[in-house]
Design a protein around this ligand. Sequence first.
Ligand code: SF4
Ligand code: SF3
Length: 526
Amino acid sequence: MNNMFCFQCEQTAGGKGCVKAGVCGKTPDVANAQDELTGALVGLARAMEGRGHVRKEASQKADELLMQGLFATITNVNFDEARIRELTALVREEKEKLGEAEDLAPEELWSGDPDQVSFRSTLLLGIRGMAAYAWHAYVLGKEDPEVTAFFYKGLRAIGGSARPVPEWLDLLMECGEINLKCMALLDAANTSAFGQPVPVKVSTIIEKGPFIIVSGHDLHDLQQLLIQTEGKGVNVYTHGEMLPAHAYPELKKYPHLKGNFGTAWQNQQKELDGVPGAVLFTTNCLMPPKPSYAGRVFTTAVVGYPGLVHIPGKNGGKDFSPVINKALELGGWAEERRLTGINGGTVLTTGFGHHAVLGVADQVVAAVKSGAIKHFFLVGGCDGARTGRNYYTEFVQKAPADTVILTLACGKYRFNDLDLGEINGLPRLMDMGQCNDAYSAIRVATALADAFGCAVNDLPLTLVLSWYEQKAVAILLTLLSLGIKNIFLGPTLPAFISQNLWDLLVEKFALRQITRPEEDLKMILG
Ligand code: SF4
Ligand code: SF3
Protein backbone atom coordinates (compact mmCIF):
# COMPACT_ATOMS: atom_id res chain seq x y z
CA MET A 1 0.00 0.00 0.00
CA ASN A 2 1.53 3.31 -1.09
CA ASN A 3 1.15 6.43 0.99
CA MET A 4 1.89 8.87 -1.83
CA PHE A 5 3.35 9.08 -5.29
CA CYS A 6 5.90 11.54 -6.58
CA PHE A 7 8.63 11.05 -9.16
CA GLN A 8 9.21 14.62 -10.22
CA CYS A 9 12.82 15.15 -9.21
CA GLU A 10 16.19 13.54 -9.78
CA GLN A 11 16.56 12.18 -6.24
CA THR A 12 13.30 10.22 -6.34
CA ALA A 13 13.41 6.98 -4.31
CA GLY A 14 15.12 4.12 -6.10
CA GLY A 15 15.11 6.13 -9.32
CA LYS A 16 11.41 5.23 -9.65
CA GLY A 17 9.19 7.19 -7.31
CA CYS A 18 8.73 8.24 -3.69
CA VAL A 19 5.86 6.15 -2.32
CA LYS A 20 6.40 5.98 1.45
CA ALA A 21 7.78 9.49 2.01
CA GLY A 22 9.72 11.98 -0.08
CA VAL A 23 13.51 11.73 -0.17
CA CYS A 24 13.30 15.57 -0.10
CA GLY A 25 11.47 15.41 3.23
CA LYS A 26 7.99 15.84 1.79
CA THR A 27 5.47 13.92 3.90
CA PRO A 28 2.68 11.83 2.34
CA ASP A 29 0.16 14.38 3.67
CA VAL A 30 1.91 17.21 1.84
CA ALA A 31 2.37 15.15 -1.34
CA ASN A 32 -1.32 14.21 -1.36
CA ALA A 33 -2.36 17.81 -0.65
CA GLN A 34 -0.20 18.92 -3.58
CA ASP A 35 -1.86 16.38 -5.87
CA GLU A 36 -5.24 17.66 -4.75
CA LEU A 37 -4.10 21.22 -5.44
CA THR A 38 -2.98 20.18 -8.92
CA GLY A 39 -6.37 18.54 -9.52
CA ALA A 40 -8.07 21.77 -8.41
CA LEU A 41 -5.88 23.79 -10.79
CA VAL A 42 -7.06 21.53 -13.62
CA GLY A 43 -10.61 22.29 -12.46
CA LEU A 44 -9.89 26.02 -12.58
CA ALA A 45 -8.42 25.72 -16.07
CA ARG A 46 -11.50 23.78 -17.18
CA ALA A 47 -13.81 26.42 -15.72
CA MET A 48 -11.92 29.12 -17.60
CA GLU A 49 -12.31 27.36 -20.94
CA GLY A 50 -13.94 29.61 -23.48
CA ARG A 51 -14.06 32.57 -21.11
CA GLY A 52 -11.37 34.61 -22.83
CA HIS A 53 -8.88 34.38 -19.98
CA VAL A 54 -6.47 36.69 -21.82
CA ARG A 55 -8.71 39.53 -20.67
CA LYS A 56 -6.83 40.59 -17.60
CA GLU A 57 -9.73 41.89 -15.53
CA ALA A 58 -11.63 38.63 -16.01
CA SER A 59 -8.84 36.44 -14.84
CA GLN A 60 -6.21 38.18 -12.76
CA LYS A 61 -7.04 36.33 -9.56
CA ALA A 62 -7.22 33.00 -11.41
CA ASP A 63 -3.92 33.70 -13.19
CA GLU A 64 -2.21 34.43 -9.89
CA LEU A 65 -3.57 31.30 -8.26
CA LEU A 66 -2.50 29.22 -11.22
CA MET A 67 1.09 30.47 -11.08
CA GLN A 68 1.29 30.20 -7.29
CA GLY A 69 -0.34 26.79 -7.20
CA LEU A 70 2.01 25.33 -9.79
CA PHE A 71 5.03 26.99 -8.19
CA ALA A 72 4.11 25.68 -4.73
CA THR A 73 4.39 22.08 -5.94
CA ILE A 74 7.97 22.39 -7.24
CA THR A 75 10.54 20.33 -5.34
CA ASN A 76 11.84 21.94 -2.14
CA VAL A 77 9.42 24.87 -2.22
CA ASN A 78 6.52 24.26 0.13
CA PHE A 79 6.29 21.58 2.83
CA ASP A 80 3.41 23.20 4.69
CA GLU A 81 0.21 21.18 4.32
CA ALA A 82 -1.98 23.90 5.81
CA ARG A 83 -0.75 26.48 3.30
CA ILE A 84 -1.21 24.05 0.40
CA ARG A 85 -4.78 23.35 1.54
CA GLU A 86 -5.50 27.09 1.89
CA LEU A 87 -4.31 27.62 -1.65
CA THR A 88 -6.51 24.75 -2.86
CA ALA A 89 -9.53 26.31 -1.15
CA LEU A 90 -8.83 29.64 -2.87
CA VAL A 91 -8.51 27.89 -6.24
CA ARG A 92 -11.87 26.17 -5.73
CA GLU A 93 -13.52 29.41 -4.63
CA GLU A 94 -12.29 31.12 -7.78
CA LYS A 95 -13.40 28.21 -9.92
CA GLU A 96 -16.92 28.40 -8.54
CA LYS A 97 -17.15 32.05 -9.51
CA LEU A 98 -16.39 31.05 -13.09
CA GLY A 99 -18.89 28.23 -13.41
CA GLU A 100 -19.23 24.50 -13.16
CA ALA A 101 -16.17 22.33 -13.65
CA GLU A 102 -14.89 19.17 -12.02
CA ASP A 103 -11.47 18.98 -10.44
CA LEU A 104 -9.21 16.24 -11.75
CA ALA A 105 -9.20 13.36 -9.26
CA PRO A 106 -5.63 13.23 -7.85
CA GLU A 107 -5.30 9.48 -8.52
CA GLU A 108 -5.76 10.18 -12.23
CA LEU A 109 -2.56 12.21 -12.34
CA TRP A 110 -0.14 9.31 -12.12
CA SER A 111 -2.11 6.29 -13.32
CA GLY A 112 -2.87 4.69 -16.66
CA ASP A 113 -0.83 3.63 -19.67
CA PRO A 114 2.87 4.28 -18.86
CA ASP A 115 3.48 6.37 -21.98
CA GLN A 116 0.38 8.50 -21.41
CA VAL A 117 1.49 9.03 -17.78
CA SER A 118 4.96 9.93 -18.99
CA PHE A 119 3.81 12.55 -21.51
CA ARG A 120 1.25 13.97 -19.10
CA SER A 121 3.81 14.20 -16.28
CA THR A 122 6.49 15.76 -18.47
CA LEU A 123 4.04 18.46 -19.53
CA LEU A 124 2.88 19.05 -15.96
CA LEU A 125 6.43 19.30 -14.61
CA GLY A 126 7.44 21.61 -17.45
CA ILE A 127 4.61 24.01 -16.67
CA ARG A 128 5.38 23.83 -12.96
CA GLY A 129 8.90 25.01 -13.72
CA MET A 130 7.67 27.70 -16.06
CA ALA A 131 5.21 28.97 -13.43
CA ALA A 132 8.12 29.88 -11.15
CA TYR A 133 9.63 32.07 -13.86
CA ALA A 134 6.27 33.61 -14.73
CA TRP A 135 5.74 34.45 -11.06
CA HIS A 136 9.11 36.20 -10.70
CA ALA A 137 8.29 38.29 -13.77
CA TYR A 138 4.78 38.95 -12.46
CA VAL A 139 5.95 40.42 -9.14
CA LEU A 140 8.06 42.81 -11.21
CA GLY A 141 4.96 43.86 -13.15
CA LYS A 142 5.55 41.83 -16.31
CA GLU A 143 3.08 39.42 -17.86
CA ASP A 144 2.78 37.79 -21.25
CA PRO A 145 -0.78 36.72 -22.14
CA GLU A 146 0.55 33.91 -24.31
CA VAL A 147 2.50 32.47 -21.40
CA THR A 148 -0.45 32.78 -19.04
CA ALA A 149 -2.82 31.21 -21.57
CA PHE A 150 -0.59 28.18 -21.89
CA PHE A 151 -0.95 27.34 -18.18
CA TYR A 152 -4.67 26.90 -18.80
CA LYS A 153 -4.21 25.01 -22.03
CA GLY A 154 -1.53 22.75 -20.55
CA LEU A 155 -3.58 21.97 -17.46
CA ARG A 156 -6.62 21.09 -19.56
CA ALA A 157 -4.46 18.73 -21.62
CA ILE A 158 -3.15 17.16 -18.41
CA GLY A 159 -6.72 16.57 -17.28
CA GLY A 160 -7.87 15.45 -20.73
CA SER A 161 -8.19 12.01 -22.23
CA ALA A 162 -5.43 9.91 -23.78
CA ARG A 163 -3.94 11.30 -27.00
CA PRO A 164 -1.68 9.99 -29.71
CA VAL A 165 2.09 10.42 -29.33
CA PRO A 166 2.52 13.10 -32.05
CA GLU A 167 -0.07 15.29 -30.33
CA TRP A 168 1.73 14.97 -27.00
CA LEU A 169 5.03 15.74 -28.63
CA ASP A 170 3.55 18.89 -30.18
CA LEU A 171 2.30 19.95 -26.76
CA LEU A 172 5.71 19.39 -25.18
CA MET A 173 7.40 21.41 -27.93
CA GLU A 174 4.83 24.15 -27.48
CA CYS A 175 5.56 24.15 -23.76
CA GLY A 176 9.25 24.58 -24.61
CA GLU A 177 8.55 27.46 -27.00
CA ILE A 178 6.32 29.20 -24.48
CA ASN A 179 8.93 28.73 -21.75
CA LEU A 180 11.43 30.53 -23.96
CA LYS A 181 8.99 33.45 -24.09
CA CYS A 182 8.60 33.20 -20.33
CA MET A 183 12.37 33.29 -19.74
CA ALA A 184 12.62 36.26 -22.13
CA LEU A 185 9.88 37.96 -20.11
CA LEU A 186 11.77 37.37 -16.88
CA ASP A 187 14.99 38.61 -18.46
CA ALA A 188 13.18 41.80 -19.50
CA ALA A 189 11.66 42.11 -16.01
CA ASN A 190 14.99 41.65 -14.23
CA THR A 191 17.06 43.85 -16.54
CA SER A 192 14.51 46.65 -16.66
CA ALA A 193 14.24 46.66 -12.86
CA PHE A 194 17.90 46.08 -11.97
CA GLY A 195 19.94 46.94 -15.08
CA GLN A 196 22.03 44.71 -17.36
CA PRO A 197 24.34 42.35 -15.42
CA VAL A 198 27.99 43.40 -15.39
CA PRO A 199 30.68 40.76 -14.70
CA VAL A 200 31.77 40.93 -11.08
CA LYS A 201 33.97 39.05 -8.62
CA VAL A 202 32.11 37.93 -5.51
CA SER A 203 33.83 37.17 -2.23
CA THR A 204 33.05 34.14 -0.06
CA ILE A 205 34.36 35.82 3.08
CA ILE A 206 31.79 36.66 5.74
CA GLU A 207 32.57 39.89 7.57
CA LYS A 208 32.12 40.22 11.31
CA GLY A 209 28.80 41.49 12.65
CA PRO A 210 25.10 40.76 12.01
CA PHE A 211 24.11 39.29 8.67
CA ILE A 212 21.32 37.80 6.60
CA ILE A 213 21.70 35.04 4.01
CA VAL A 214 19.22 35.23 1.13
CA SER A 215 18.54 32.13 -0.92
CA GLY A 216 16.37 31.35 -3.93
CA HIS A 217 15.73 33.16 -7.19
CA ASP A 218 13.58 36.20 -6.37
CA LEU A 219 15.62 39.36 -7.01
CA HIS A 220 12.68 41.56 -6.07
CA ASP A 221 12.60 40.12 -2.56
CA LEU A 222 16.35 40.67 -2.27
CA GLN A 223 15.96 44.30 -3.33
CA GLN A 224 13.29 44.93 -0.71
CA LEU A 225 15.47 43.35 1.94
CA LEU A 226 18.45 45.48 0.88
CA ILE A 227 16.33 48.63 1.17
CA GLN A 228 15.00 47.62 4.57
CA THR A 229 18.47 46.76 5.95
CA GLU A 230 20.07 50.02 4.79
CA GLY A 231 21.86 51.78 7.67
CA LYS A 232 20.94 49.03 10.15
CA GLY A 233 24.41 47.53 10.46
CA VAL A 234 23.27 44.25 8.91
CA ASN A 235 25.17 42.76 5.97
CA VAL A 236 23.49 40.68 3.30
CA TYR A 237 24.96 37.61 1.58
CA THR A 238 23.56 35.68 -1.34
CA HIS A 239 23.19 31.90 -1.27
CA GLY A 240 22.59 29.35 -4.03
CA GLU A 241 20.76 30.76 -7.04
CA MET A 242 20.88 34.29 -5.60
CA LEU A 243 24.60 34.66 -6.42
CA PRO A 244 24.06 36.35 -9.84
CA ALA A 245 22.29 39.22 -8.03
CA HIS A 246 25.72 40.79 -7.43
CA ALA A 247 26.02 41.55 -11.15
CA TYR A 248 22.89 43.74 -11.39
CA PRO A 249 23.78 47.45 -10.98
CA GLU A 250 20.60 48.25 -9.04
CA LEU A 251 21.38 45.56 -6.47
CA LYS A 252 25.16 45.84 -6.43
CA LYS A 253 24.89 49.51 -5.50
CA TYR A 254 24.01 48.58 -1.90
CA PRO A 255 27.34 48.47 -0.07
CA HIS A 256 25.93 46.04 2.52
CA LEU A 257 25.38 43.39 -0.19
CA LYS A 258 28.73 41.86 0.65
CA GLY A 259 29.31 38.47 -0.89
CA ASN A 260 28.11 34.91 -1.18
CA PHE A 261 27.57 32.36 1.56
CA GLY A 262 28.10 28.65 1.02
CA THR A 263 27.59 26.40 -1.96
CA ALA A 264 24.58 24.70 -3.58
CA TRP A 265 21.32 23.79 -1.87
CA GLN A 266 22.09 20.19 -0.91
CA ASN A 267 24.83 21.35 1.48
CA GLN A 268 22.59 23.71 3.48
CA GLN A 269 21.93 21.43 6.46
CA LYS A 270 25.66 21.24 7.04
CA GLU A 271 26.53 24.82 6.07
CA LEU A 272 23.77 26.57 8.04
CA ASP A 273 24.32 24.63 11.24
CA GLY A 274 25.82 26.88 13.90
CA VAL A 275 25.79 30.03 11.74
CA PRO A 276 24.92 33.16 13.77
CA GLY A 277 22.91 34.81 10.98
CA ALA A 278 19.29 34.87 9.74
CA VAL A 279 18.36 33.05 6.54
CA LEU A 280 15.60 33.94 4.09
CA PHE A 281 14.31 31.50 1.44
CA THR A 282 12.54 33.28 -1.42
CA THR A 283 12.09 30.11 -3.54
CA ASN A 284 13.52 26.60 -3.76
CA CYS A 285 15.62 24.85 -2.72
CA LEU A 286 14.64 24.67 0.95
CA MET A 287 15.58 21.49 2.80
CA PRO A 288 13.90 20.49 6.06
CA PRO A 289 15.78 22.64 8.57
CA LYS A 290 17.60 20.95 11.44
CA PRO A 291 16.24 21.97 14.88
CA SER A 292 19.64 23.51 15.63
CA TYR A 293 19.07 26.33 13.14
CA ALA A 294 15.33 26.23 12.28
CA GLY A 295 14.65 29.23 14.53
CA ARG A 296 16.76 31.44 12.24
CA VAL A 297 15.19 30.44 8.93
CA PHE A 298 12.41 32.50 7.34
CA THR A 299 10.32 31.87 4.24
CA THR A 300 8.47 34.20 1.90
CA ALA A 301 6.33 34.07 -1.28
CA VAL A 302 5.22 30.50 -2.06
CA VAL A 303 7.92 28.90 0.09
CA GLY A 304 6.78 27.26 3.29
CA TYR A 305 7.75 24.86 6.03
CA PRO A 306 5.75 24.12 9.18
CA GLY A 307 7.10 26.04 12.15
CA LEU A 308 9.23 28.51 10.19
CA VAL A 309 8.26 32.18 10.32
CA HIS A 310 6.71 33.22 7.01
CA ILE A 311 6.94 36.78 5.66
CA PRO A 312 3.67 37.39 3.81
CA GLY A 313 2.84 39.86 1.06
CA LYS A 314 3.13 39.87 -2.70
CA ASN A 315 4.91 42.82 -4.20
CA GLY A 316 5.76 46.15 -2.71
CA GLY A 317 4.60 45.65 0.81
CA LYS A 318 6.69 42.99 2.50
CA ASP A 319 7.95 43.68 5.98
CA PHE A 320 11.21 41.88 6.62
CA SER A 321 11.69 43.21 10.17
CA PRO A 322 11.43 39.75 11.79
CA VAL A 323 14.40 38.63 9.65
CA ILE A 324 16.38 41.81 10.36
CA ASN A 325 15.68 41.64 14.09
CA LYS A 326 16.77 38.02 14.19
CA ALA A 327 20.06 38.93 12.47
CA LEU A 328 20.64 41.74 14.99
CA GLU A 329 19.81 39.45 17.89
CA LEU A 330 22.21 36.75 16.65
CA GLY A 331 24.93 39.34 16.11
CA GLY A 332 27.00 37.43 13.55
CA TRP A 333 30.57 36.24 14.03
CA ALA A 334 33.00 38.25 16.17
CA GLU A 335 35.72 37.94 13.51
CA GLU A 336 35.52 37.57 9.75
CA ARG A 337 35.12 34.00 8.48
CA ARG A 338 37.02 32.87 5.43
CA LEU A 339 34.61 30.43 3.82
CA THR A 340 35.51 28.79 0.51
CA GLY A 341 33.88 27.12 -2.47
CA ILE A 342 33.98 23.32 -2.74
CA ASN A 343 37.42 23.34 -4.36
CA GLY A 344 38.88 25.76 -1.82
CA GLY A 345 38.56 28.97 -3.87
CA THR A 346 37.42 32.25 -2.29
CA VAL A 347 36.36 34.22 -5.37
CA LEU A 348 33.32 33.50 -7.57
CA THR A 349 32.74 35.42 -10.80
CA THR A 350 29.28 35.98 -12.25
CA GLY A 351 27.41 38.39 -14.53
CA PHE A 352 28.13 37.04 -18.00
CA GLY A 353 24.60 37.51 -19.30
CA HIS A 354 23.79 37.98 -22.98
CA HIS A 355 24.47 41.71 -22.78
CA ALA A 356 28.00 41.27 -21.40
CA VAL A 357 28.95 38.36 -23.66
CA LEU A 358 27.50 39.87 -26.82
CA GLY A 359 29.33 43.09 -25.90
CA VAL A 360 32.58 41.21 -26.60
CA ALA A 361 31.16 39.16 -29.48
CA ASP A 362 33.83 40.41 -31.92
CA GLN A 363 36.57 39.24 -29.57
CA VAL A 364 34.87 35.85 -29.19
CA VAL A 365 34.40 35.39 -32.94
CA ALA A 366 38.03 36.40 -33.60
CA ALA A 367 39.28 33.90 -31.00
CA VAL A 368 37.29 31.11 -32.65
CA LYS A 369 38.49 32.07 -36.14
CA SER A 370 42.13 32.19 -35.03
CA GLY A 371 41.77 28.77 -33.40
CA ALA A 372 42.46 30.14 -29.90
CA ILE A 373 39.02 28.87 -28.82
CA LYS A 374 38.29 25.38 -30.16
CA HIS A 375 35.04 24.59 -28.42
CA PHE A 376 32.38 25.97 -26.07
CA PHE A 377 30.70 23.90 -23.41
CA LEU A 378 27.59 24.92 -21.55
CA VAL A 379 27.99 22.99 -18.32
CA GLY A 380 25.01 23.98 -16.26
CA GLY A 381 21.79 23.12 -14.51
CA CYS A 382 20.89 22.00 -11.04
CA ASP A 383 23.11 20.63 -8.35
CA GLY A 384 22.08 17.75 -6.10
CA ALA A 385 23.32 15.25 -3.59
CA ARG A 386 24.16 12.27 -5.83
CA THR A 387 27.86 11.37 -5.78
CA GLY A 388 27.91 10.94 -9.57
CA ARG A 389 27.59 14.71 -9.82
CA ASN A 390 31.33 15.17 -9.40
CA TYR A 391 31.25 14.28 -13.13
CA TYR A 392 30.62 18.00 -13.74
CA THR A 393 33.63 19.12 -11.68
CA GLU A 394 35.86 16.63 -13.46
CA PHE A 395 34.45 17.52 -16.86
CA VAL A 396 35.33 21.18 -16.34
CA GLN A 397 38.76 20.36 -14.91
CA LYS A 398 39.54 18.03 -17.81
CA ALA A 399 38.22 20.26 -20.60
CA PRO A 400 41.25 21.32 -22.69
CA ALA A 401 42.77 24.79 -22.19
CA ASP A 402 41.50 25.99 -25.58
CA THR A 403 37.86 25.49 -24.59
CA VAL A 404 35.46 27.90 -22.88
CA ILE A 405 32.98 26.86 -20.20
CA LEU A 406 29.70 28.73 -20.00
CA THR A 407 27.63 27.92 -16.94
CA LEU A 408 24.39 28.78 -15.16
CA ALA A 409 22.13 27.70 -12.26
CA CYS A 410 23.30 26.09 -9.04
CA GLY A 411 25.22 23.21 -10.65
CA LYS A 412 28.07 25.70 -11.11
CA TYR A 413 29.02 25.47 -7.44
CA ARG A 414 30.78 22.24 -8.39
CA PHE A 415 33.47 24.32 -10.12
CA ASN A 416 32.81 28.07 -9.89
CA ASP A 417 35.62 28.66 -7.40
CA LEU A 418 38.22 27.26 -9.81
CA ASP A 419 40.54 29.64 -11.64
CA LEU A 420 40.48 28.40 -15.23
CA GLY A 421 42.48 31.30 -16.62
CA GLU A 422 41.79 33.28 -19.80
CA ILE A 423 41.97 32.97 -23.57
CA ASN A 424 43.01 36.20 -25.29
CA GLY A 425 41.67 38.22 -22.36
CA LEU A 426 38.36 36.30 -22.22
CA PRO A 427 37.75 34.30 -19.03
CA ARG A 428 37.52 30.55 -19.71
CA LEU A 429 34.70 30.21 -17.18
CA MET A 430 31.70 32.47 -17.59
CA ASP A 431 28.71 32.29 -15.26
CA MET A 432 25.64 33.48 -17.15
CA GLY A 433 23.37 33.58 -14.08
CA GLN A 434 20.41 31.66 -12.70
CA CYS A 435 18.72 28.70 -14.41
CA ASN A 436 16.28 31.06 -16.18
CA ASP A 437 19.33 32.79 -17.69
CA ALA A 438 19.45 29.80 -20.02
CA TYR A 439 17.74 32.53 -22.03
CA SER A 440 21.12 34.31 -22.19
CA ALA A 441 22.86 31.15 -23.35
CA ILE A 442 20.30 30.76 -26.12
CA ARG A 443 20.73 34.42 -27.16
CA VAL A 444 24.52 34.00 -27.28
CA ALA A 445 24.35 30.71 -29.21
CA THR A 446 21.96 32.21 -31.75
CA ALA A 447 24.16 35.29 -32.20
CA LEU A 448 27.28 33.15 -32.68
CA ALA A 449 25.46 31.00 -35.23
CA ASP A 450 24.50 34.20 -37.10
CA ALA A 451 28.08 35.47 -36.97
CA PHE A 452 29.39 32.22 -38.42
CA GLY A 453 26.53 31.84 -40.88
CA CYS A 454 25.60 28.41 -39.55
CA ALA A 455 22.91 26.73 -37.46
CA VAL A 456 23.26 26.42 -33.68
CA ASN A 457 23.77 22.67 -34.10
CA ASP A 458 26.80 23.35 -36.33
CA LEU A 459 28.56 25.56 -33.77
CA PRO A 460 31.52 24.17 -31.82
CA LEU A 461 29.20 24.11 -28.79
CA THR A 462 28.02 21.22 -26.62
CA LEU A 463 25.47 21.38 -23.82
CA VAL A 464 26.30 19.22 -20.81
CA LEU A 465 23.38 19.58 -18.44
CA SER A 466 22.59 18.49 -14.92
CA TRP A 467 19.00 18.32 -13.77
CA TYR A 468 17.28 18.06 -10.43
CA GLU A 469 13.93 19.82 -10.30
CA GLN A 470 11.16 20.94 -12.64
CA LYS A 471 12.61 24.20 -13.94
CA ALA A 472 15.24 22.03 -15.59
CA VAL A 473 12.39 20.16 -17.31
CA ALA A 474 11.00 23.42 -18.71
CA ILE A 475 14.46 24.45 -19.94
CA LEU A 476 15.15 21.08 -21.55
CA LEU A 477 11.84 21.34 -23.41
CA THR A 478 12.86 24.82 -24.61
CA LEU A 479 16.21 23.57 -25.92
CA LEU A 480 14.54 20.67 -27.70
CA SER A 481 11.86 22.93 -29.15
CA LEU A 482 14.69 24.98 -30.69
CA GLY A 483 15.91 21.81 -32.38
CA ILE A 484 19.14 21.65 -30.35
CA LYS A 485 20.70 18.21 -30.69
CA ASN A 486 23.31 16.08 -28.94
CA ILE A 487 22.60 17.42 -25.46
CA PHE A 488 24.28 15.43 -22.67
CA LEU A 489 21.97 14.97 -19.68
CA GLY A 490 22.74 13.67 -16.22
CA PRO A 491 23.42 12.52 -13.68
CA THR A 492 20.53 10.05 -14.17
CA LEU A 493 17.54 10.00 -16.49
CA PRO A 494 14.18 11.25 -15.23
CA ALA A 495 11.92 8.55 -13.76
CA PHE A 496 8.92 10.19 -15.45
CA ILE A 497 10.36 9.64 -18.92
CA SER A 498 9.11 6.24 -20.15
CA GLN A 499 11.34 4.04 -22.28
CA ASN A 500 9.25 4.89 -25.36
CA LEU A 501 9.45 8.63 -24.74
CA TRP A 502 13.20 8.37 -24.14
CA ASP A 503 13.67 6.40 -27.38
CA LEU A 504 11.74 9.09 -29.20
CA LEU A 505 13.91 11.87 -27.73
CA VAL A 506 17.06 9.97 -28.66
CA GLU A 507 15.82 9.41 -32.19
CA LYS A 508 14.65 12.98 -32.75
CA PHE A 509 17.23 14.96 -30.79
CA ALA A 510 20.12 12.57 -30.20
CA LEU A 511 19.71 13.29 -26.50
CA ARG A 512 22.18 11.22 -24.48
CA GLN A 513 23.04 10.44 -20.91
CA ILE A 514 26.44 11.44 -19.55
CA THR A 515 28.97 8.61 -19.15
CA ARG A 516 32.45 9.50 -17.88
CA PRO A 517 34.08 12.91 -18.36
CA GLU A 518 37.06 11.58 -20.37
CA GLU A 519 34.85 9.49 -22.65
CA ASP A 520 32.32 12.24 -23.25
CA LEU A 521 35.06 14.80 -23.91
CA LYS A 522 36.70 12.43 -26.35
CA MET A 523 33.46 11.82 -28.16
CA ILE A 524 32.62 15.54 -28.35
CA LEU A 525 36.06 16.79 -29.37
CA GLY A 526 36.69 13.78 -31.60
FE1 SF4 B 1 10.55 12.37 -4.04
FE2 SF4 B 1 11.58 14.38 -5.47
FE3 SF4 B 1 8.95 14.14 -5.19
FE4 SF4 B 1 10.49 14.89 -3.12
S1 SF4 B 1 10.11 16.02 -5.03
S2 SF4 B 1 8.81 13.42 -3.06
S3 SF4 B 1 12.29 13.61 -3.48
S4 SF4 B 1 10.31 12.73 -6.25
FE1 SF3 C 1 19.10 25.02 -8.23
FE2 SF3 C 1 17.25 24.05 -6.56
FE3 SF3 C 1 17.59 23.68 -9.91
FE4 SF3 C 1 17.51 27.41 -10.47
S1 SF3 C 1 17.83 26.06 -6.86
S2 SF3 C 1 18.57 25.58 -10.32
S3 SF3 C 1 18.25 22.93 -8.05
